[in-house]
Design a protein around this ligand. Sequence first.
Ligand SMILES: NC(=O)c1ccc[n+]([C@@H]2O[C@H](COP(=O)([O-])OP(=O)(O)OC[C@H]3O[C@@H](n4cnc5c(N)ncnc54)[C@H](OP(=O)(O)O)[C@@H]3O)[C@@H](O)[C@H]2O)c1
Length: 296
Amino acid sequence: MEKLLIIGANGFLGRKLLYRFHDKFDVYGADLITTGIPEVYHPSYIDISKKNVVNDLINIIKPNLTILTAAMTNVDACEDFSEKAKKINSDGPLFVAQALKDIGGRLIHISTDFIFDGEQGDYTEKDIPKPISVYGKTKLEGENNILKQKIPVVICRTSVLFGWPEADQRHNFFSWAYENLSKKKELKIISGQITTPTLVNDLVEFLYQISGFTRSEIYHTCGTEAISRYNFILKLIRTFNFDQNLLKEIDFLPQKAKRPNNSSLNTAKIQQIGNWKFKNINKSFQYLKSQNKNSK
Ligand SMILES: NC(=O)c1ccc[n+]([C@@H]2O[C@H](COP(=O)([O-])OP(=O)(O)OC[C@H]3O[C@@H](n4cnc5c(N)ncnc54)[C@H](OP(=O)(O)O)[C@@H]3O)[C@@H](O)[C@H]2O)c1
């Protein structure tokens, strides 16, 4: 059986990946904090910003495939701590790719729609990235650092991941809104910021399907529907029968980092791989509604 190393295994996407791949791989989970990684997945400490730590772990495990989800994902904190963001989002992927080159391992790297400036929207894999935030810039550097190593890599750019987090995990946009609406708290949601939100479970399934790929590709792996933050919450309210009066539309939100106006991604390329389709928002919400809130 091949070995799979998931780096960032304690995070939102990483934890979901752990539970999906065990029939195909011997799964290893690594993160800065390993408390949420079950023993069966060989929890290991890793700090991707430290070259020697990355080298040591990859040389001990010798994974056939590595999925790199670890990143500094707080977009506003990246503005305040830009050196740290560079070390994690830019240098980290470089160190992982260099270590994998030495042992001949392949990589799936998770990137973001925030590498685009958001002036155009519906971005294809051929469009030229132009980040407007430290997060976007450092994530783009991470992609480029990996590509320079010429290892087999699939770069998957995704957008606003949503779904049920586990009890000990941070909220995502969906679960944060769901929680507040359940408590009948008013939500002020910005009318703009169009993205292609992605049901985390769909991304996990896509990654499972491409886990055998040995060729290098860049894919836009996200939901099929471009939608504003406000309309996303409106659909959530309608699906889960919350009180629509709790939703207030605002046109400005003070945020440290600039956000793209429309960073929606075009998914035509991934739709050519088999019969694959990410769900639209309504179908995603129906899926989440039918799932147990605490299910994995
Ligand atoms: N979530 C989204 O909406 C979204 C959208 C587009 C792209 N993405 C990309 O998708 C990937 C997964 O996102 P996610 O939502 O699962 O993120 P997440 O929940 O923040 O998970 C990332 C994990 O990486 C860990 N980490 C941070 N710095 C590290 C380091 N130096 N070494 C090792 N691990 C480190 C984090 O630990 P701490 O929590 O302790 O920092 C966390 O457990 C990321 O690469 C992100 O850029 C996410």
